[in-house]
Design a protein around this ligand. Structure first.
Ligand SMILES: [Zn+2]
Length: 515
């Protein structure tokens, strides 16, 4: 019995060794990705168990530790590389309830790094910002906010997205709604300008004037979707409410109903904490000093669970590494998975990595980054590298037509200047590429919103991206030649009339969360 298993084992090893023509490897990758996908399990562990991954939170550290142990299970060595520190903060229970004129629990949350409350919370009435002629008038009004929650966002006239109006409204009423909304926005912006502050600095001024807290609602133009970023306060809590509940409170105040709310926001300040990149490595056998980097940022905002920004990019790169380790355990070139910290605050993890690892920048054969949602890859740009067409084109030939037929390529293209972590490498002149996805309503519905949750993941599209990335990586690793990084002559910017220049590297923020 033992001998038979040994024979089978040797035979399967023999098959693997001989599966290495590009076509055979591509179909082995496709088979493994389709028949033994670990994507749903990875998504469950990352989004449901670890949760959102805001820089400086214990959950971010949990995510890094989870990644290292997951890679270890697959026989891939990985480590968490510290590159700086951040303000440590942990979200606790948030409860926002209206107590008068009736009792109802409201839909909202504390904003990142907002000061917290005791478990008893803060109970207070609300105030809106009146329209006054100038900053002197506002200075006089300011004491009125003392002890009150201030409603600082314009109440939206409709919670229906424009596409819904377009479908059902008469053309006249759709036009009228848009015109009314534009006028409201103009008046609101004028009002904020008259205060002498902007929409960001006003929170601090209200805090100084003794407000009990800040209530905002930053609608993302989709049903139920709000953008969730950080608080602009140092001592008082700042919360974001759903469009529906915010609008209700606003109307109650404006109609003299004097609503009373209670906010419990039990966050904790944790001092300075280290911040990391998770780096996994499958060593190369023939050209160990040349690298293919599978790149995705690991951190997220915390309104949802960071499922499409960038949970899907993360699990794409992890699943790709798992499959390659299984089918292609001894790559010619070194394969690195880079799961970057603090992309959301300015590509900090990847900027630190390119500074700390000149050898990887120098030896980079190719980097593939994915970070714009759950969709299948539909765009690939040569990022301004003159010969990218030649090698990317050759690698893409090994990818099944069912995947490449969706992809529009642009060569040589323009170098990326930001937006995601490939730009940190492009700025160094290293061949890094963005696997750019179909939107699936990313910008309104999931990007930095409360709705960026697992239910939005489209696993078929993510699996498509795994197969694409794995085959491109295999081809880049096997390529007999190192990729050219000769830069194209960049085009004229039609806006300025001047020739575009190659982006220059920028330093990371290694001491984050300090004002
Ligand atoms: Zn992102």
């Amino acid at each position: 019995m033992k001998n038979i298993s040994l024979l089978l084992f040797l035979f399967s090893g023999f098959l693997l060794i001989h599966a290495q023509s590009p076509a055979e490897m591509a179909s082995a990758i496709e088979k493994e990705a389709s028949e033994n996908s670990q994507l749903p399990l990875l998504a469950h562990e990352l989004m449901d168990v670890v949760g959102p991954r805001l820089v400086g939170t214990p959950q971010m550290k949990n995510a890094h530790d989870w990644a290292v142990s997951t890679f270890a299970k697959w026989g891939i060595s990985a480590e968490n590389e510290a590159w700086g520190t951040w303000r440590g903060w942990e979200r606790g229970i948030t409860h926002i309830d209206m107590l008068s004129p009736r009792v109802v629990s409201l839909s909202g949350r504390q904003l990142a790094w907002s000061p917290g409350t005791s478990s008893k919370g803060i109970t207070a009435n609300l105030i809106t910002i009146p329209a006054l002629p100038d900053s002197a008038a506002y200075a006089k009004w300011m004491p009125a906010v003392k002890g009150k929650f201030v409603l600082v966002s314009m109440p939206q006239p409709t919670g229906r997205p424009d596409y819904n109006w377009e479908e059902f409204a008469t053309p006249e009423s759709f036009e009228k709604m848009k015109a009314d909304r534009d006028a409201m926005e103009d008046a609101w912006n004028q009002k904020i300008r008259n205060t002498g502050y902007n929409s960001r600095t006003i929170n601090e001024a209200l805090e100084k004037a003794g407000a009990a807290g800040i209530v905002q609602s930053r609608w993302s133009s989709g049903f139920g979707a709000n953008k969730i970023f950080s608080a602009g306060t140092k001592k008082i809590p700042a919360v974001d409410l759903s469009l529906e509940d915010y609008g209700m409170l606003y109307r109650l105040v404006e109609n003299g109903r004097n609503p009373l709310i209670k906010v419990v926001a039990e966050s904790k300040e944790l001092g300075r904490v280290p911040t990391f990149n998770t780096i996994a490595t499958i060593p190369g056998t023939e050209f160990p000093d040349e690298y293919i980097v599978l790149s995705a940022h690991f951190d997220s905002w915390d309104g949802g669970t960071g499922a499409t920004d960038n949970g899907t990019g993360t699990i794409t790169m992890m699943e790709t590494a798992r499959i390659l380790k299984k089918l292609y355990p001894n790559p010619k070139r070194t394969i690195i998975v880079g799961l970057w910290g603090s992309e959301e605050q300015g590509l900090n993890g990847s900027r630190a990595y390119v500074e700390d690892h000149p050898e990887v920048v120098e030896g980079l054969q190719a980097l593939f980054n994915q970070d714009n949602g759950t969709g299948r890859v539909v765009n690939l740009s040569g990022q301004g590298f003159l010969h990218a067409y030649e090698y990317l084109g050759r690698w893409l030939e090994a990818v099944p037509d069912s995947i490449t037929r969706h992809i529009e390529t642009t060569f040589p293209g323009n170098p990326g200047r930001g937006g995601s972590d490939y730009a940190s490498f492009v700025a160094m002149g290293a061949p890094a590429f963005s696997l750019s996805s179909l939107s699936w309503s990313y910008w309104n519905y999931t990007w930095h919103t409360n709705l960026d949750t697992s239910d939005k993941i489209v696993f078929d599209d993510v699996r498509n991206n795994v197969i694409l990335t794995a085959i491109l990586t295999y081809m880049a690793s096997e390529d007999p030649v190192k990729t050219s990084r000769e830069k194209a002559v960049l085009s004229i910017n039609p806006r300025t009339g001047e020739q575009r220049e190659w982006p220059t590297p920028r330093s990371p923020n290694r001491e984050g969360g300090i004002d």
